[in-house]
Design a protein around this ligand. Structure first.
Ligand code: GDP
Ligand code: MG
Ligand code: K
Length: 303
């Protein structure tokens, strides 16, 4: 704890909203580092990722909550439970919606979920760079009576409009508290998770629609190579798919696709860790892993 001035504020802020409203984009802008994975495909972010913003007067710990939606299978149930618990623990909730889309069932589901929650909820209307001010007014109208929002703040996470003001407003809601994390720390132990998400992102990008989001990437080992001249980190990871046919797709002709996944992921991991990386990837078939609760723990889903 480097700083414990009287009046210093700190707290946890959860970001919730339908897939693709811009939660990761916002977090990345605020933290200024690629810690949450951005993608046009929904549900790329499946676990809590914390980004820490340290300012002179406050420290904000952001939680990029997975897209909350009606559960379709066991993993969905699990995610929803994690999300609900998270929402009770935090100091503020940013409920992010897309200014270019009318209020939908997914938004209603989230609003229902917020019932019986004392945490202040901000309605953050994102992507205002894409709408006319009149449209923005009708979006606000369509939400404002649905919940007792603490604040309604329009922003553009992509272009940065009003993001500064949003941060200042959040600060006013935070309790007095210590600086939980050192100022130079932007994430709370997520290297393993980030690395697995970087690999998963590359697989999803390179396979387009052929490989569903049901894949998982498990980091088997991250180890410093002692016997090399330069600093070098060895990362061993396994890509888990559900069917043999998917295994074939991920490996590709003569291993070409897997090799490309490795090249791209290695590049990003090297940027993240700031050292040379040796990446070893395996592909494994594990049928129906999503529905096996016992396996969820192994894949890094914690309650
Ligand atoms: P998430 O699923 O809520 O985390 O959404 P992402 O952050 O992955 O963003 C989904 C898509 O919306 C990406 O293509 C982003 O570039 C885009 N996006 C996010 N914020 C904005 C914004 O303020 N304006 C515009 N025009 N696009 C945005
Ligand atoms: Mg996201
Ligand atoms: K996404």
């Amino acid at each position: 704890m480097e700083q414990n001035n009287k009046g210093y504020k700190s707290g946890f802020i959860s970001i919730i909203g339908r897939p693709n409203v811009g939660k990761s984009t916002f977090l990345n802008r605020v933290i200024g580092q690629k810690i949450a994975i951005m993608s046009d495909k929904p549900q790329t972010t499946r676990n809590k990722v914390q980004g820490v913003l340290t300012l002179d007067e406050s420290q904000m710990i952001f939680i990029d909550t997975p897209g909350i939606h009606k559960p379709k299978h066991k993993l969905g149930d699990f995610m929803l439970k994690v999300a609900k618990n998270t929402l009770r623990e935090v100091d503020a909730i940013l409920f992010m919606v897309n200014a270019t889309e009318p209020r939908g069932k997914g938004d209603e589901f989230i609003i229902d979920m917020l019932e019986n929650n004392d945490t202040p909820v901000f309605l953050v209307i994102n992507k205002i760079d894409q709408v006319h001010p009149d449209e923005l007014i009708s979006i606000i109208e369509s939400y404002k009576d649905k919940y007792d929002f603490a604040e309604i703040v329009p922003i553009s996470a992509l272009q940065g409009n009003n993001v500064e003001r949003l941060l200042e407003t959040i600060q006013t809601y935070l309790p007095e508290g210590p600086q939980y994390y050192p100022a130079d720390q932007v994430t709370d132990h997520p290297e393993r998770f980030i690395i697995s998400e970087l690999i998963r992102e590359k697989v999803l990008h390179l396979t387009r629609e052929e490989i569903p989001h049901s894949i998982a990437v498990v980091i088997d080992k991250i180890k410093k190579e002692e016997d090399t001249e330069k600093d070098m980190i060895r990362v061993m990871a396994t890509i888990i798919v559900e069917r043999d046919s998917q295994k074939g797709i991920v490996i590709g002709k003569r291993g070409a696709l897997l090799k490309e996944v490795g090249t791209r992921a290695r590049h990003d991991i090297e940027m993240l860790l700031g050292t040379k990386v040796f990446l070893e990837l395996w592909v494994k078939v594990q049928k129906d892993w999503r529905n096996k609760s016992t396996h969820l723990r192994d894949y890094g889903f914690r309650e």
